[in-house]
Ligand binder design. Structure first.
Ligand SMILES: [Zn+2]
Length: 102
């Protein structure tokens, strides 16, 4: 009694700025549009999802330092629930750099 349906949705509904996601590196919450999305591509490798439209579970990062932090914390393994193959830091670094350059 008195519970309002659908009122406690912390992450899926950011008000005006769209959905909010948590950076797996530093743990801060930001609008999805400010984050870089990573997904598991074919073969289990982690890839950058530039358009943020690929299906499946994603992991988000907000800054270059967060990539390092996420690797240290093995945050990708957790974010993808063990579905990621071996995480290749250099490949991820390159993917990240290619995003930042464009
Ligand atoms: Zn971050």
């Amino acid at each position: 009694m008195g519970r309002q349906p659908g009122r406690s949705v912390p992450e899926e509904q950011g008000s005006r700025s769209g959905p909010v996601r948590t950076c797996v590196g530093c743990g801060s919450k930001r609008p999805q549009a400010e984050l870089t999305r990573f997904v598991i591509g074919a073969g289990g490798a982690i890839e950058v999802d530039r358009a943020r439209r690929l299906p499946g579970r994603g992991a988000y990062l907000c800054g270059a330092g967060c990539l390092t932090a996420a690797l240290k914390r093995k945050a990708f393994g957790r974010a993808f629930r063990g579905k990621a193959g071996q995480v290749d830091p250099s490949q991820l670094g390159q993917a990240w750099a290619s995003v930042k350059e464009s």
